[in-house]
Ligand binder design. Structure first.
Ligand code: MGD
Ligand code: MGD
Ligand code: SF4
Ligand code: MO
Length: 688
């Protein structure tokens, strides 16, 4: 059938094969897969890679269970029932690809913008995410996708403050004397950072967790600031207030390496600890003592994570927190500063991988992946452009992970929508496909990875041949490109060559081939002498760029769209942070991991539960004007009064009533970066 993926030859490898964990996790571990007679028998952590240190999380330690899962998709499937019913029949690759190419060509002949790619970070690999796929959609002239579903508020905020997704080198947290773990459940979602925090703790450091949920991480820190969701900027501004009135400032660092100090000073002086305490729902004393710790301890560092930017004011909050590091000159020490993401430190040649030049002067519209629910239901209009007629989904499960699921489901259920899903499993999204195409996993293809929680590049070699008839995403798009008549040689570039293209000469590829990873050459204390990658070269308290967009140039507290206490009908705030044994909606179908998580749960504080006659184990209805979701209640000290925690992100079809927590979340957007506000959501809970 004319398909010969370059990875098909990997057969009788006996020795361990080095790879990289593909998942959307800051740790990007180096993997070692043991293969016997062509079968992967064990996936372990590489002891030679210092950030992995020989250890993997529970999820990926079970990778062979996922790879050889009895429900793994092994052949292309064509819909054989109504949309969403999940009924499919096998079809050959050639028949599937021929038909898909014909359907896309017909739509493209009218307006290619009616075709939409939908992808995120199912794999973070630079090759199996946006390389041939991006080239394909650029050549087609399809709608562009704004990939905002996770991190764009924080990313934009960091860019407007520090100049990019840059920060401390993670290894030096082990030498910090004070670590604020802010909006991050490190034990659950950043395990290898937690090991560094533990090392710091053993050496005498104080650990403080700032999180509305009493997570396993919060329990193990010296202090837990259990604030209301969406109030981090108020807390950060009050900390600044205290730094100013107590003169815990590095005046020299502020003068030389920051911009907008006078304005920020004036703003912060309006945020007394009393004012912030009332908004955050924490005590004045706790704010004062945290400020004293931050103002008087060096080296001091902040591990910020994305949990705190999933609210209306998420961008402002990240800016406010980032400013704290320059006020005290924390950056002077290699163990001081902040780390949210290290992505911008990687010299990736995105243009070479993705080839935006293939647009050839066309400027297709951009669809925000957060509002896919509304956008799939939108008719053609001059403002919107053509109705979306086709969606090609890869590396994502929007029906489960995108907000306001009832709309997302209604959109994907449209009979006049042509949907193709490239997947490992028949997910909630795949149930709505016209065609499901089986994709290879990380054990079966080549890839190269950057990281967002450390500064090493990793190479992933295939350990086994593709399972069943699975093909790498790249190969599927090559085959489609050929059928669409795209004859530019960039469509036949193979995966190993793409791995080289990703970094060009900027990373030693031979080193990657030899040891599986290569460390970027970055100074230990990158901003000790300022030199931020902003336009001014300074840490920008005041952002001219934001002011030009009509935004407040200084960070401020913006209250949530749905502020706790503002609605009599829906009095509880709901956050939906990740479950430890799932990764977003990945792994929910892996039996042994699902068994650890049990069932979809809503953690609720004893006082809120008692008021409603709810006991642990009871099935409850969680609802608001957007929908209703049933799950089990757990009366738990992990929840603070007034806030319920609906742990994510379950497959809808594996829940109690065929929905999940995103039935309740909204499609509103953050102040910066057009991101989602998953944790800015009011609900009511009743026994079912
Ligand atoms: N095991 C596991 N690991 C994961 C993931 C997963 O699903 N499971 N997801 C991965 C992904 S996609 C990402 S983006 C990363 C990071 O994903 P994050 O969402 O940053 O994940 P967490 O580190 O679990 O931290 C979120 C924490 O923020 C808290 N939080 C919620 N609202 C607020 C708030 O308003 N303020 C503050 N201060 N805290 C708040 C939550 O209670 C939670 O403990 O993790 C990745 N790692
Ligand atoms: N309520 C709520 N919703 C959330 C969040 C939350 O905290 N609360 N978190 C949000 C965040 S941070 C994120 S990042 C998004 C994540 O949303 P997604 O990026 O959609 O992540 P996953 O749910 O893990 O789905 C990824 C899918 O890609 C598939 N996949 C993996 N590798 C490959 C491959 O090589 N080829 C192909 N074709 N497919 C592959 C997997 O099987 C999986 O089904 O969810 C968001 N949704
Ligand atoms: S999910 Fe994270 S911690 Fe687990 S193996 Fe992958 S990179 Fe490591
Ligand atoms: Mo994410």
């Amino acid at each position: 059938m004319g398909i010969s993926p370059s990875v098909r030859m990997m057969k009788d490898i006996q020795k361990p094969v080095r790879g990289a964990c593909p998942h959307d996790c800051p740790d990007t571990c180096s993997l070692v897969t043991t293969v016997e007679n062509g079968v992967a028998v064990r996936v372990g952590g590489n002891p030679e890679h210092r950030h992995t240190d020989g250890v993997l999380c529970t999820k990926v330690s079970r990778y062979t269970e996922r790879t050889y899962h009895p429900e793994r998709l092994l052949q292309p499937l064509r819909r054989a029932g109504p949309k969403g019913a999940g009924k499919f029949e096998p079809i050959t690759w050639d028949a599937a690809l021929d038909d898909i190419a014909q359907r896309l060509a017909a739509i493209a002949a009218r307006d290619p913008q009616a075709i939409l790619p939908y992808s995120y970070a199912g794999t973070m690999g630079l090759v199996q995410s946006e390389s041939i796929a991006a080239r394909f959609f650029h050549k087609l002239g399809a709608s562009l996708l704004d990939r905002t579903i996770c991190a764009s508020a924080g990313a934009e905020a960091l860019t407007q403050t520090l100049g990019g997704k840059v920060g401390m080198k993670v290894e030096f947290f082990a030498e910090s004397k004070l670590i604020l773990i802010w909006g991050s459940n490190s034990i659950g979602s950043n395990l290898h950072f937690w090991r560094l925090a533990q090392a710091a703790k053993r050496a005498g450091a104080k650990l403080v967790c700032i999180d509305p949920r009493r997570t396993e991480t919060a329990e193990k820190c010296h202090e837990h600031v259990q604030l209301r969701p969406g109030t981090d900027a108020a807390l950060a501004l009050a900390l600044m207030h205290e730094l100013i009135v107590n003169d815990w400032l590095d005046h020299d660092y502020i003068a030389q390496h920051t911009l907008g100090w006078e304005g920020l000073r004036e703003r912060a002086l309006r945020w007394s600890p009393e004012r912030a305490a009332a908004i955050c729902g924490v005590s004045v004393e706790q704010i004062r003592s945290l400020a004293c710790d931050w103002g008087t301890t060096q080296p001091a560092a902040i591990r910020l994570n994305y949990g705190m930017q999933r609210v209306r004011g998420g961008g402002n909050a990240v800016r406010a927190v980032a400013c704290l590091t320059a006020l005290t000159g924390a950056w002077r020490h290699r163990a001081g500063g902040i780390l949210l993401s290290s992505s911008s430190m990687f010299p990736v040649d995105k243009a070479a991988l993705q080839r935006p030049d293939l647009l050839a002067g066309r400027t297709p519209r951009t669809i925000n992946m957060v509002t896919i629910g509304d956008d799939l239901l939108r008719p053609a209009s001059p403002a919107f452009g053509p109705k979306i007629e086709a969606v090609i989904v890869y590396n994502s499960n929007p029906v489960a992970v995108a907000p306001e699921s009832s709309k997302v489901v209604a959109g994907f259920a449209r009979d006049d929508l042509f949907t193709v899903v490239l997947e490992h499993f028949q997910t909630d999204t795949a149930d709505y496909a016209d065609y499901i195409l089986p994709a290879t996993t990380q054990l079966e293809h080549w890839d190269v990875h950057m990281a967002y929680g450390h500064t090493d590049v990793l190479l992933n070699r295939p350990a086994i041949a593709p399972v069943g008839q699975a093909m790498p995403n790249t190969q599927i798009f090559r085959e489609l490109a050929r059928r669409m008549g795209f004859d530019d040689p960039c469509f036949t570039q193979d995966d190993q060559s793409l791995c080289r293209t990703a970094f060009g000469d900027r990373v030693d590829y031979n080193r990657l081939l030899e040891q599986g990873f290569a460390t970027l050459d970055i100074p230990d204390a990158p901003f000790a002498q300022g030199g931020f990658p902003t336009a001014s070269g300074r840490c920008e308290f005041f952002s001219e760029a934001l002011a030009r967009q009509g935004q407040d140039g200084l960070p401020d507290h913006l209250s949530n769209y749905e502020t706790a206490g503002s609605s009599a009908r829906f009095p509880l705030a709901m956050i939906s942070p990740p479950a430890r044994n799932f990764l977003n909606s990945s792994f929910v179908n892996v039996r042994s991991l699902r068994d650890i998580e049990g069932e979809p749960l809503l953690e609720i504080h004893a006082s809120d539960a008692a008021e409603r006659g709810i006991v642990s184990g009871a099935v409850v209805r969680v609802f608001n004007d957007r929908g209703e979701y049933r799950c089990k209640a757990q009366v738990s000290a992990r929840a603070r009064p007034g806030v319920v925690n609906g742990l994510g992100v379950w497959w809808r079809k594996l829940g109690l009533d065929g929905t999940n927590v995103n039935q309740l979340t909204s499609q509103k957007l953050t102040d910066m970066g057009r991101g989602p506000v998953f944790y800015d959501c009011l609900v009511e809970v009743r026994p079912a």
